[in-house]
Design a binder for this molecule. Structure first.
Ligand code: ADP
Length: 234
């Protein structure tokens, strides 16, 4: 799926707005944090030290979210590193394995070309794969029929590209969703942000790559990330 220049402009603008808002939210959070710390002895004196702990940890959580968000929406140039695609996938799987296991989802990984190497910003591409695996986990949740939910990751070589595939046998997408899934803020989830795929798309484009989607309603979805590869290490 190709995106128009218009959508890329929208993404760049989104990044700027996000950074400005995040910055403006951080300042009041910092002063709230300071005042709560001042109130701590008082809360302790009335036996409510628990309140201070909760407030502080929630403020820290909000700060973490803003930090993550700033990181992901900043149109930064990739910090490249040369890595084996297989290792990258295995490391990424480690981060989602336990969640998949808890949901009873089978997570498999197949590396067709073990020596395939790519030059990427590891943190950014890991984030892309994680976004897609998380979407896949959502897609296989509550699927009505009795198929065992599964997510299959794989890596192979196709002409000048390393292809990383994330396939699930979840709910799939209708035409409307398929045509809009990379739009910033497009989501079909009650608690979604609609940012995961738009940010992922931009990261992949910054790497000189592309992404393709294949989806069948009620059957499943496959995302294929194409990244230029630099060779095969023996
Ligand atoms: P979010 O996950 O917050 O909704 P995303 O940008 O990651 O934001 O995804 C946008 C939408 O694309 C999702 O709300 C969902 O409708 C659809 N989608 C993404 N991945 C899948 C998938 N593997 N299966 C079905 N639908 C998907």
């Amino acid at each position: 799926i190709e995106q128009s220049a218009f959508q890329n402009d929208k993404l760049a603008m989104l990044g700027k707005i996000a950074a400005a808002i995040a910055h403006e939210i951080r300042n009041p959070l910092t002063s709230i944090r300071g005042f709560i710390q001042l109130l701590k002895p008082f809360l302790e004196s009335i036996g409510k030290q628990e309140y201070a702990r909760i407030i502080l940890s929630e403020i820290d959580r909000a700060n973490d979210i803003i930090y993550e968000f700033l990181n992901s929406s900043k149109p930064s140039a990739p910090m490249t590193q040369t890595v084996l695609v297989g290792l990258l996938l295995k490391e990424t799987i480690l981060l989602t394995e336990s969640e998949a296991h808890m949901q009873g989802v089978e997570l498999t990984c197949e590396i067709f070309d073990p020596y395939l190497t790519i030059s990427i910003d590891v943190k950014q591409i890991k984030q892309v794969i994680l976004n897609m695996v998380k979407n896949a986990l959502d897609a296989v949740a509550h699927v009505a029929d009795k198929r065992r939910p599964n997510i299959r990751l794989s890596a192979r070589k196709e002409r000048g590209y390393a292809v990383i595939s994330i396939a699930d046998n979840g709910r799939g997408m209708d035409r409307e969703t398929l045509s809009r899934l990379f739009d910033p803020f497009f989501t079909t989830k009650s608690e979604g942000t609609g940012l995961g795929l738009s940010v992922s798309y931009r990261i992949i484009r910054n790497h000189g790559g592309t992404v393709q989607v294949d989806s069948r309603l009620g059957e499943g979805t496959e995302f294929m990330i194409y990244l230029p590869f630099i060779g095969e290490r023996e």
